[in-house]
Structure formats: C-alpha cells, structure tokens
Write a protein that binds this ligand. Structure first.
Ligand code: PEP
Length: 251
C-alpha cells in the first residue's frame, strides 16, 4: 500500500471467456458493493470479443472493464487490429500494454509498448504497463536492471489525459503458482517507486504500482500489504468471481 493511493484490483482474462461467461462478471459487479468500492477500484480486462456486451453490463456500476492490448494508431489500414477508440466505444476505460505474453508471443519491444501506452493515455484511458524479469534474469541477479530498462523504455513521458499504472509481473511467477518473497516484492516496488519519483517528481508518488504473478485469495493479504504495492494484476484467479472477490476481500 502507498498512503493516499486507492488500490486497484485488476483481472486479466487473457484468451479466455465467451459471452456465455458473462455470469462471472455479473457476480463480480453485483458483489462490488459501496463498502468495497469505497476502498478499492475494480477492473477486469477482457478479450475484445466480450467488451461490447460487458460494457453494457457494467454501464451503471463502479466496476470497470478494459482490454489487453491495442494498436498504436487510432484508425487505418491495420487488418485485424483494434484501436483504443474502438475499445472506448465498448465502454472500456483501461488497456493493458506490454504484458509479457505479448512481448514474447508478438515480439513487442519497449518502444512499441510505449507508443501504445501513449495512445491509450492520449485517449484519456488508463494504461497498465507491464514489466518483469525472466527466471534467468532473476538468477543472474539482474532483476532491478531489467526493471529500470523496461520502465525507461516503456513508460511515456506524460500521462496526458489518462492514468499511468505500472504492473510488476515477474515472468517466472505468472501462472506457475510461484511468487517472490515479500522481501523481494518490497525491494522491487521500492525501486520502481524511486525510479518514478526520479523521473516524474512528486507525481511519481501518485502512480499505482501493481504486483502480478500467481496472486490468489490465500496470498493476497500478505502481498497487498507490502509497501508500495497498490493493488494486483490477476490472471488465472480472475476468471472465477469467487476467487477474484476473495482477493478483493484482502482489503
Ligand atoms: C498475468 O498474466 O497477468 C498474471 C498475473 O497471471 P496469473 O495471475 O495467472 O499468474
């Protein structure tokens, strides 16, 4: 936690979910009561194919929906791509950029991630910018160097009309059931906070820093209680309302 920052609990459904899975979202929305929404922000980043229906679904709720990627341009000859404007048109207000699975599967570079984030922010949306080291980099002791490079390359110079959120997701912890120790998470987040303050001055103290990687109801309280951890980005455990709400209950 960081004093003065409202935590964000964000789900990432990845390539999972059909419009028939909307029932899980309905439970999340209905359970996101004023007592909870006063304490945390809740967001679920869905496959593009669910955004239209989900947008109608959360329209009168404090629950937010988002996408998991976008194109850096707002329109044009980019067959198969989706723009931020299209995402916003569905009622979504956030986009994950630079998730490690996109960096690996699609070879996205820091520069490409920054360009996408810039477009998201320009459009007034929240850009959740993901960074994190591989197992090999961790074993070599280069975690903080990797984070420094990814932060300076992937985070735009200005939030413009939107909100920058940074998600630290050690790649070796994603979907594996493994998590870093609380001490390691604390060290990484303290480092990221210092980097943000160096770059953005006092504003760096207001940027939400999420932890992601095998967050579950059973470990959420410990992870979310760490200094400078302002919420979570959750893959597997965000697919079921019971698990996702169990993580929210850590607050
Ligand atoms: C993710 O991919 O963003 C993630 C954190 O996945 P999981 O929670 O399944 O480890």
């Amino acid at each position: 936690m960081t004093p003065g920052i409202k935590p964000l609990v964000a789900g990432n459904w990845k390539m999972n979910g059909l419009n028939s899975s909307i029932g899980e979202l309905e439970t999340m929305r209905d359970q996101f009561r004023p007592e909870l929404s006063a304490k945390i922000d809740m967001l679920v980043c869905l496959p593009f194919t669910m955004l239209g229906k989900a947008g109608d679904f959360v329209a009168r709720s404090p629950m937010r929906i988002g996408a998991q990627d976008c194109h850096r341009e707002l329109k044009g000859a980019h067959t198969g791509d989706i723009s931020v404007e299209m995402i916003a048109d569905c009622g979504a207000t956030a986009v994950i950029v630079g998730h490690s699975e996109r960096r690996t599967d699609h070879g996205e570079s820091d520069e490409q991630v920054r360009e996408k984030a810039q477009t998201v922010l320009h459009w007034g949306q929240m850009a959740i910018i993901c960074i994190g080291e591989t197992d090999e980099q961790r074993k070599l002791g280069s975690t903080l160097d990797v984070l420094k490079k990814q932060m300076s390359g992937s985070i735009p110079d200005s939030a413009e009309n939107g909100e920058i959120v940074v998600a630290y997701e050690p790649i070796w912890a994603i979907g594996t059931g493994l998590t870093p120790t609380a001490k390691d998470v604390e060290e990484a987040h303290r480092f990221m906070r210092a980097e943000l303050v160096e770059r953005f001055g006092e504003d760096g103290n207001t940027i939400r820093l999420l932890y992601g990687g095998s967050v579950k109801p059973g470990n959420a309280k410990e992870l979310m209680g760490i200094n400078n951890v302002d919420g979570a980005l959750i893959g597997g455990a965000s697919l079921k309302a019971e698990d996702f709400l169990g993580i929210c209950a850590a607050y």
